[in-house]
Every structure is written in C-alpha cells, then in structure tokens.
Write a protein that binds this ligand. Structure first.
Ligand SMILES: Cc1ncc(COP(=O)(O)OP(=O)(O)O)c(N)n1
Ligand SMILES: Cc1nc(C(=O)O)sc1CCOP(=O)(O)O
Ligand SMILES: [Mg+2]
Length: 431
C-alpha cells in the first residue's frame, strides 16, 4: 500500500492517555468507523513486546477498514510487524536511512518544520510530510510552533502531500484553509473525545472543506440543490479586459498610453473614463462617441473571445447531472454574458441570467441573490453562491447563503480574506 494524498485527510495518531474504560484498540476501531483515513500507532513508553502485540492487533483492524497503518519512530518494529509504513521526526533515524531500511514499497512519513527540512525529506524519499505544531498543543511538550505562512510555503515547495499537526480541533481547523495541506493529523481531538466516532465524522467533513483538491468533490456531497454563479472572474476568465481596455482603446486612436490606466479606469464609469481620455489624450470624439466605441470593444470581447475558466464546463455538467438548478447573477450586461456563455456552449445550463440592473442594486446589497433564489425556488441553505470578488461574497454570506470563493487573478490581493470568509474555496474547476 503506497501513500496518496487522500490518506492524509483525517490522520489519527494514537495516545493511550485517554483510554479510560476502553482499550486503545476499541478507540482505534471507533476512529476507523468514524472515517479516519490513516492510523499511526504512537507509543512512547510501552515495553517493546507489548508495543509489538498492540501493533499486530491494530494492523489487523486497519486491514479490515482498508486504511494504512503506520508506526511512529520504531522503524524495526514497523518492518518486523509488517506495518504499511513508519513516521519519523527530525530527531529520529534519518529519513534516507529509514527509506533504505524499509524499501521502496512502504510509506515513509517525515516531520518538517522548515522549507529546507521539507525539501530534504522529499529528496530523501519521504512519501508525505507532517508539519507542526500549527497550533499550540499540550499533547507533545517539545513541539515547535510552525506558522501558517511557513506551512503554506512548505506545501508549495514540495510535490509530496503535507498534513498539518498540532493542536488541531473542530473550532480551529478551518483556519488552515488555503495553506495547501492534504489533511490533518490529530491526537487529542480524536482520542480524548467521549464520542470518537462522531468526532471523526465531524472532523472529516471539516477537513474536506479545507482540502483544496477535494473541494469540488466535497461540494458535490453537500446539500447543494441550487447554484448562483457570478460570471466575470468566476465562470469566465474575463477580468483582464477591464485591465487593458483603456490602453487598448487609446492605441486604436494612435495614442501611446502614458500611464498604467488600470487603476484609474477601475473606479470610473465608462462615461467618466471617456471624458478622462478625451481631456488627457486630446481625443476629438465626443464622450458619447468614445463610450460607444469602448462598448463596441467590450461587446466584441464577450462575443468572440472571453474564455470559460478551465474545467468549468465539466463542473457545470456534473451539477446538471445531479439536477442542481443553476443561474447567473452578474453586474455585466445581460446580452454580453449571454453571448459569451452561448459561444462557450454552457448557456443551456442556466435557468436565467439576472443582472444587477434588473435587481435594482449592485452586489453590495443582497437584492440580486434574494431575487435569484426566489426565481430558482430552492431553499437558501441549499443554494450556493459562487463568487470571485470579496465584497460580493461577503454580501451573500451575510445574507445567509453558503458561499464558494473562486480563485481569480483579479482578486489576488484579497485571496486570504476570501479563503477565510468563504465556506469553500475553489482554486480551480479542474479535478
Ligand atoms: C503525522 C505526524 N506528523 C508529525 C509527527 C511528529 O513526529 P516527531 O517530530 O518525530 O515527534 P514524535 O511524534 O515522535 O513525538 C507525527 N508523529 N506524526
Ligand atoms: C505528535 C505530534 N507532533 C507534533 C508536531 O508538531 O510535529 S504536535 C503532536 C501532537 C498533536 O497532538 P494534538 O492533536 O492533541 O495537539
Ligand atoms: Mg518521532
């Protein structure tokens, strides 16, 4: 059994401190029945022979649940009892030596606290990394703190999957959203719980929500019955036009843009921008004519160019097959969005396109989402709003909709806040 990303989703690391009237084996079985995706037997005090007997029993249990079984620290025991793998830290046997000892077929997990250690572990043959402590923990007294920034850097620096560990529980797990982890490893949140099975079920749902690659899958397994999609930056890769429109327009007039017009243009209406170009670039056309010409450029872009985001068509098809009602809620002109979606072959998925103009308000108030909801006829708690812009996402969330943030370069500066606010965050629509 080799390691894949999904095995790290809910990684239960044992500790006999809280067994009470139960045996550790019973506790492990509860964790497995609650959905633990990997078990690590971590015994710091147990005499070798008892450790061996316990390892053999836990191994059999894990086999029944088809879940990988790893042993902490004790490489020889892992080999002799036929565990699926072993986890070692920076002060244990070196990762390269462990890999040589266990061979290529077994799983090697290595703890890392820095990017350098992480890269070295990958080079030495680690299959996954355990990175912590990401929150303060009293379970391991010598654990060093690792910031979420470092955790994110480690995830980006290596190509093996990473699980976070240390002080993780139901109330803080969501704070790891956006770091790029494949899952979470937990001790007390599982084994100190009076209801281990239920705790695992709850923790697994939360872990699915923060796991970037599983987000699409997780979404499909929610109560979703309706979906309200923003168009620009969410389904369409179209935000770039607003960045370059002013400069492109001036070039068609033989003018050389003297400045980066991006910021200037962003806060202006088309008419304001037209007056600005006329004054600052000595254009002879009337402001109304300039607006007409700008509109023609925008129309041409939506009709002929604006691409769908990668994977979006397949995602919409998947929602459609599950009978999820879908609509568009957009601040852009109805005919432009319609043209772009039709050209991209996805218009038929949407029951209607609703614009802010029709709703009588922008996305800083929930009118458009409430009207879309009424038209879809689904319940609010089962109707998910997909948005790339922070302010719109916040409006929908405050109004009580479940929200899905969608990554777009135009919102890069707000990405962390979007991740924090959104119930789900899609880095991509591709699986
Ligand atoms: C999944 C996972 N990650 C990290 C650790 C910690 O390993 P280490 O640093 O060797 O500390 P001990 O667990 O041996 O005290 C782990 N065990 N599992
Ligand atoms: C085993 C372990 N390793 C850590 C590390 O930082 O590498 S923290 C830790 C203990 C985690 O226990 P709890 O989930 O109860 O906080
Ligand atoms: Mg160790």
């Amino acid at each position: 059994m080799k390691c894949d990303r999904s095995m790290l989703l809910l990684y239960a690391v044992t500790d006999r401190a809280w067994t009470g009237k139960k045996t550790l084996l019973q506790q492990v079985e509860e964790a497995l029945s609650g959905g633990a995706t990997c078990i690590q037997l971590r015994e710091k005090e147990l005499p070798e022979e008892e450790f061996r007997q316990e390892a053999l029993a836990v191994k059999e249990l894990c086999r029944r649940y088809h879940v990988p079984f790893l042993i902490n620290d004790n490489v020889e025991l892992a080999v002799s009892c036929g565990a699926d793998g072993v986890h070692v830290g920076q002060h244990d046997m070196s990762a390269a030596d462990v890999r040589r000892r266990i061979g290529p077929g077994k799983i090697l997990g290595v703890s890392a606290q820095t990017v350098e250690q992480a890269r070295q572990a990958e080079e030495d043959g680690a299959d996954y990394l355990g990175v912590g402590a990401v929150f303060s923990t009293s379970t391991k007294s010598d654990a060093d703190a690792v910031s979420h920034e470092t955790l994110q850097k480690i995830c980006a620096a290596v190509s093996i999957p990473v699980c976070a560990i240390g002080g993780i529980h139901k109330e803080n797990l969501h704070l790891l959203k956006g770091t790029g982890i494949a899952g979470v490893a937990l001790v007390s949140a599982i084994f100190a719980s009076p209801d281990i099975r239920k705790s695992c079920e709850d923790l697994k749902k939360l872990a699915l929500q923060i796991n970037a690659q599983d987000t699409l899958e997780a979404l499909l397994h929610t109560n979703i019955r309706g979906a309200i999609f923003d168009a620009d930056g969410t389904l369409l890769d179209s935000m770039g036009i607003w960045d370059t429109l002013g400069e492109d327009y001036l070039r068609t007039k033989g003018k050389i843009p003297r400045e980066n017009l991006r910021e200037t243009f962003r806060d202006m209406s088309l008419l304001q921008a037209a007056c600005y170009y006329r004054e600052n670039y000595a254009l002879t056309e009337s402001p109304e004519k300039i607006v007409e010409e700008l509109n023609a450029m925008i129309t041409s872009f939506y009709e002929k160019e604006a691409p769908l985001k990668e994977g979006a068509a397949a995602f919409l098809e998947e929602l459609c097959q599950r009978n999820i009602k879908m609509c568009i809620a957009t601040a852009t002109d109805h005919s432009l969005i319609r043209a772009a979606l039709k050209r991209c072959g996805v218009l038929h998925y949407f029951t209607f396109i609703l614009t802010c103009g029709q709703a009588g308000a922008g996305k800083d108030t929930p009118a458009i989402y409430e009207e879309a909801l009424a038209l879809l006829g689904t319940g609010k708690e089962e109707t998910y709003v997909f948005e790339d812009a922070l302010y719109a996402l916040k409006t929908a969330k405050t109004a009580g909709f479940p929200t899905v943030g969608v990554k777009d370069p135009s919102s890069a500066g707000q990405e962390r806040e979007i991740i924090k606010q959104a119930d789900y965050y899609l880095y991509t629509f591709t699986k």
